[in-house]
Design a protein around this ligand. Structure first.
Ligand code: SF4
Length: 286
C-alpha cells in the first residue's frame, strides 16, 4: 500500500457520501516511540492503529495521514465529512489504561483537531478503550481539557478484562459512567467481543446494552429522567401496558411477562399474592 492509496480510497468513499470517517491521524513517530519505550501488557488492539504502526515501521515513513494532514482536511471539507480522529494507541487491557502512548496520541490529535476546526472541518476525538472505573473521569476531563472541549467519542470503555461473553455489559458500565462525566458519543460492544464475529442476535444485544448506557449517562449529563418517572408511576399502579410502552425493549418485556403470567393477581409471579405494591396500594393513594 502506498501513501496515495490512503488518500485515494478516502476521497472515493467521501465522494460516495460517507458522513463520518475514523482516521488514524494521531499515530506518528513520537507516538510509536512512546509505545516502544514503555511496552504494553495488552499489546495494540486498534485494527487501524496496528495497520498504521506496522506500515510506518515497514516502510520507514511517517504516517501520511499525519504528515499530509492538510490534504486530508481538503478531502473532508470538500465532501463535508466529519473526521473521527482514531485512538490507535488505546489500551486493550485495563493495565495499559491512560498510558504514555495513549496520551501522546491524544495530544497530537488535539492539535490536529484545532487545525481542522480552523479549516471548517468537524471533528470527533476518539478515546479509549479498556479503563478501570476509577480512571474514567480522569480520561474524560483530560480529553475535554486538551481538545478545547471537542466532541469526545469513548470506545466502551471496558472496565474489566475477565468477562468474555458478557462484554456488552462490561462496556455499558464504562459507557454509562463516561457519558455521565461528559463523553458525547459511545460505541456498542457485543457479547462476542474478543471471541468472534457477532451474530445478528448479538449485535442486537450489544445495541440494546449501549442504548441503556447512553440513557443512564443522559440521566446525569442532560438530566433526562422523564421516562424513568413514568415507569415508576406505571409500576406503582401495576399498569403493565404503560410499562411496556416506556420500556427500552417492549417486546422482550412483554414476552417475559406473557410467558410467566400470574393466574390470579395483577402483580407478577415474583411475589405472587404477596405483591408489595398491591398490598401498600390498598392503604395509600399516592
Ligand atoms: S409481585 Fe413483586 S415484583 Fe411483581 S409487581 Fe408486585 S412487588 Fe413487583
Amino acid at each position: 500500500m502506498q501513501a496515495d492509496d490512503l488518500f485515494r480510497i478516502t476521497a472515493e468513499q467521501a465522494k460516495l457520501g460517507t458522513n463520518f470517517m475514523a482516521i488514524h491521524t494521531g499515530i506518528n513517530w513520537e507516538t510509536v516511540k512512546r509505545l516502544r519505550n514503555q511496552g504494553r501488557h495488552g499489546g495494540l488492539v486498534s485494527r487501524g492503529g496496528a495497520f498504521m504502526t506496522a506500515w510506518m515501521i515497514h516502510n520507514e515513513q511517517e504516517n501520511p495521514l499525519y504528515a499530509e494532514f492538510d490534504y486530508l482536511l481538503e478531502i473532508m471539507k470538500e465532501h463535508e465529512v466529519t473526521l473521527s480522529m482514531g485512538n490507535g494507541m488505546r489500551a486493550g487491557a485495563v493495565h495499559d489504561a491512560t498510558d504514555r502512548a495513549q496520551i501522546q496520541e491524544l495530544l497530537i490529535n488535539a492539535e490536529l483537531a484545532d487545525k481542522a476546526h480552523a479549516e471548517g472541518v468537524q471533528v470527533i476525538v476518539e478515546g479509549p478503550g479498556h479503563i478501570p472505573i476509577d480512571e474514567i473521569e480522569t480520561n474524560v476531563v483530560l480529553q475535554k481539557r486538551v481538545t478545547n472541549r471537542k466532541p469526545f467519542y469513548m470506545l466502551g470503555p471496558l472496565v474489566t478484562d475477565i468477562a468474555p461473553g458478557y462484554d456488552d455489559r462490561v462496556a455499558a458500565i464504562g459507557a454509562a459512567i463516561s457519558s455521565s462525566y461528559g463523553a458525547d458519543f459511545i460505541c456498542y460492544v457485543t457479547p462476542s467481543e474478543h471471541l468472534a464475529l457477532p451474530t445478528v442476535e448479538e449485535v442486537f444485544e450489544g445495541v440494546i446494552s449501549s442504548r441503556i448506557a447512553a440513557h443512564v449517562g443522559d440521566m446525569i449529563k442532560l438530566k433526562k429522567r422523564d421516562a424513568d418517572l413514568e415507569m415508576g408511576h406505571a409500576r406503582r399502579d401495576l399498569d403493565w401496558e404503560r410499562q411496556f410502552q416506556v420500556a427500552m425493549n417492549p417486546e422482550r418485556a412483554r414476552a417475559i411477562r406473557d410467558e410467566r403470567m400470574p393466574a390470579d393477581t395483577d402483580g407478577c409471579t415474583m411475589c405472587g399474592d404477596y405483591c408489595a405494591l398491591k398490598i401498600v396500594n390498598r392503604h395509600f393513594n399516592f
